[in-house]
Design a protein around this ligand. Structure first.
Ligand code: FE2
Length: 237
């Protein structure tokens, strides 16, 4: 089985003005394709060559994991976006209101989490093993799949995702993605296909994983600041 690069689900300039065609061109053709090329080199004629990417993400380590995850993460990222965005509804919106109070609050937490993340990585909306919605950031190539989670949406936080358009203004980039580009239809599809929730009566496999712990909460400041939630690195809100 020869892995191939999944096609972009829209034209390269379709996300403008929020993400330019130049950024998508460089991101997709150089970075995304580069991770695939490296993965093919690393796994050629080895048992990992025919393993699904999800299996490599869960079990591989080192460069094979990093490149397999980056191929999967980027494919998921492109699908998480759509020109003009799409609103959530149905069961997913009900879950958002259950776990965050409102869509606006979830959007705010996504931006805060991205803004508080140090260095390269990914912003995720994911279901944990008990089917609670979580806002999570991960470092480098890491992915909630490794912690028993089910990703619903991903936003690339590596500088190559926004630097040509926003320079170092990552918060502005994420605000625009969250407000104008997220494909909630894709999130709803992932929500429906997520694994059955872990039985509350059973011991939780990743309960002690700090990345799934709720951070300490406090009342928001009178004047909303960018650090209201004091987002710990590599943690869930
Ligand atoms: Fe990227």
């Amino acid at each position: 089985m020869e892995r191939t690069l999944a096609p972009l689900p829209y034209a390269k300039d379709a996300l403008e003005p929020h993400i330019t065609g130049l950024t998508v061109e460089v991101h997709y053709e150089r970075h995304h394709r580069g991770y695939l090329k490296k993965l093919l080199e690393l796994t050629r004629s080895k048992p990992e060559q025919d393993e699904p990417l999800e299996a490599l993400i869960r079990s591989a380590s080192g460069e094979v994991f990093e490149n397999a995850a980056q191929v999967w993460n980027h494919d998921f990222f492109w699908k998480s976006l759509t020109p003009g965005g799409s609103p959530p509804g149905g069961e997913l919106l009900a879950a958002i209101e259950r776990d965050f109070g409102s869509l606006a609050e979830l959007e705010r937490r996504l931006v805060h989490a991205a803004d508080g993340h140090f260095g390269s990585g990914w912003l995720w909306l994911a279901l944990d093993f008990r089917h609670r919605l979580r806002v999570v950031t991960t470092h480098d190539a890491d992915n909630p799949l490794r912690q028993g989670g089910a990703p619903l949406l991903a936003v690339d936080l590596w500088e190559h995702a926004y630097y040509l358009d926003y320079f170092n203004e990552r918060r502005h980039y994420v605000e625009n993605v969250v407000q104008h580009l997220l494909d909630w239809d894709f999130a709803a599809e992932n929500f429906r296909r997520a694994p059955v929730p872990f039985d509350e009566a059973e011991p939780a496999p990743a309960e002690d994983d700090p990345s799934w712990q709720d951070p300490p909460r406090r009342e928001p400041d009178r004047e909303e600041t960018e650090r209201v939630y004091e987002v710990p690195i590599h943690s869930a809100l």
